[in-house]
Design a protein around this ligand. Structure first.
Ligand code: URA
Ligand code: SF4
Length: 210
């Protein structure tokens, strides 16, 4: 059976998970990536943020949210009154998926199959961290956490207490835009507005986590 399950240690601590993740062969993405990018943040975090997958910089450095989207997320967390080092930051998929174009590596969206294959890690993280609130950054994270397709515009900023089809969630969840979507807005005023909406959603999550 494909998927990460057989690489997830039983009854793990966060350190156990971080130690085991580099060995994962739950899907083919490990083959072309530089390394696994697991998570940062304390095991006792009240707020957990879930992104899509590591980007180019994250893949090279082995840490989530250290590239341009991560910098923007850091500013948004700041503006929302959340200390970055108090938050648990992770991704729906733990290896970078990309297409090679000459010397450049172009981000490729992970497929539903990759999200499903990697889900045992995310589930184990929920069990270890037991956050009070989960922030889903973008549609891929929302799918991973809520267990199905959502349109960001329909659900963003709302406190979700159950997943698709009424499934139980590991914690109440708030869906918001991915920081890279904010970066892609071309006009400065619209980009600033998108940034403020991200900050508002993070502030709403912080309120739940208090
Ligand atoms: N985008 C993500 O979703 N996660 C990262 O770690 C970096 C960029
Ligand atoms: Fe394992 Fe996830 Fe990496 Fe696939 S992306 S090899 S499931 S850690």
């Amino acid at each position: 059976r494909p998927g990460a399950q057989e690489w997830v240690p039983p009854d793990p601590s966060l350190d156990d998970l971080r130690a085991a993740a580099p060995g994962c062969r739950g899907c083919e993405l490990y083959r072309d990536a530089t390394q696994v990018v697991f998570s940062t943040g304390p095991a006792r975090a009240r707020i957990m943020l879930v992104g899509e997958q590591p980007g180019d910089r994250e893949d090279r450095e082995g840490e989530p949210f250290v590239g341009p989207a991560g910098m923007l997320l850091g500013r948004a967390l700041d503006a929302a009154g959340i200390r970055r080092e108090d938050a648990y930051l992770t991704n729906a998929v733990k290896h970078f998926r990309f297409e090679q174009r000459g010397k450049r590596r172009i981000h490729a969206k992970p497929s539903v199959g990759h999200v499903v294959a990697c889900h045992p890690w995310l589930e184990a993280e929920f069990e270890v961290v037991r956050p009070r609130v989960v922030v889903c950054l973008g549609a891929t994270a929302a799918r991973a956490v809520l267990g199905g397709e959502v349109r960001i515009a329909d659900v963003r900023g709302k406190l979700m207490t159950e997943g698709r089809g009424g499934t139980a969630l590991p914690a109440p969840a708030i869906v918001t835009e991915h920081p890279s979507a904010v970066l892609r807005v071309r006009e400065a005023p619209a980009r600033d507005a998108a940034f403020e909406r991200l900050v508002d959603d993070l502030a709403a999550a912080a309120e739940v986590a208090r």
